[in-house]
Design a protein around this ligand. Structure first.
Ligand code: PGA
Length: 253
């Protein structure tokens, strides 16, 4: 179902006490100052999911997401977290295919396809990330790259399964760099993604898919990005680590 969504991706940041403070601060600000209809999803490090889930279930102003899952149901995979584990903690979302996972952990489209499938099998909504690196954009290959990332990891899904995923377009050159995509660049790629979904799965599914933008999105540029017809919200990294700044982004619709 297409929704306006702002997702916080905390990445590998914050101590337990800091995470507790931040989640409580965000929760209080959402209760006091949230002006938009946007659904708020917070993706803390896995070790703080229970903390975030407890606050979410009592305050009810946000949902909780994992940042990653392993591509097997269970077993001898020391250090990994499964989709079933997330679900058993009432976590309904998981970021899959973030460019940092692709880069530092060599996650290929094939591995990501397995993660997407295992998430869906466990009723977890994947927030599937795609995005090109700078040389690919400079070479004019960005559309091709995104198409391949979609083809190889999510376009095998049928209508029902695809209706339960969220796409995040995150140009890698914009992540953590301050070099945000222009609203025109974001809209152009989001429209391209939606067109491809339409070709593969039809107009209805394409119209209902939520497509988020990520990459140096902050309180100053969020409204110009979110006002585009195919941009349904954001996946926010650095700017989600400061509660006031994050709430401003949530209110940018
Ligand atoms: P950023 O990160 O907002 O810090 O650029 C976004 C992301 O990586 O999800």
């Amino acid at each position: 179902m297409r929704k306006k969504i702002v997702t916080a991706n905390w990445k590998m940041n914050k101590s337990f006490t800091e995470a507790d403070d931040l989640i409580n601060e965000i929760s209080e600000l959402l209760a006091e100052k949230k002006e938009s209809e946007a659904l708020v999803i917070i993706a803390p490090p896995a070790v703080y999911l229970e903390l975030a889930g407890d606050i979410a279930s009592t305050e009810g102003e946000f949902e909780v997401s994992g940042q990653n899952i392993y591509q097997a149901e269970s077993g001898a995979f020391t250090g990994e977290v499964s989709a079933m584990m997330l679900k058993s903690m009432n976590v309904d979302y998981c970021i899959i295919g973030h460019s940092e996972r692709r880069k530092y952990f060599n996650e290929s489209n094939d591995i990501l396809k397995q993660k997407v499938d295992i998430a869906i099998n466990n009723s977890i909504i994947p927030i599937y990330c795609c995005g090109e690196i700078l040389p690919e954009r400079e070479a004019g290959k960005h559309f091709e790259v995104i198409q391949k990332q979609l083809e190889e990891a999510v376009f095998h899904l049928d209508h029902d399964a695809f209706s339960n995923i969220i796409i995040a377009y995150e140009p890698v050159w914009a992540i953590g760099t301050g070099a945000t995509a222009t609203p025109e660049q974001a809209q152009e790629m989001h429209a391209f993604i939606r067109e491809n979904i339409e070709k593969k799965l039809g107009k209805e599914v394409a119209g209902k898919t939520t497509i988020l933008y990520g990459g140096s999105c902050n309180s100053k540029n969020a409204s110009s990005l979110f006002s585009n017809p195919d941009v349904d919200g954001g996946l926010i990294g650095g700017a989600s680590l400061v509660a006031e700044e994050f709430i401003k982004i949530v209110n940018s619709f």
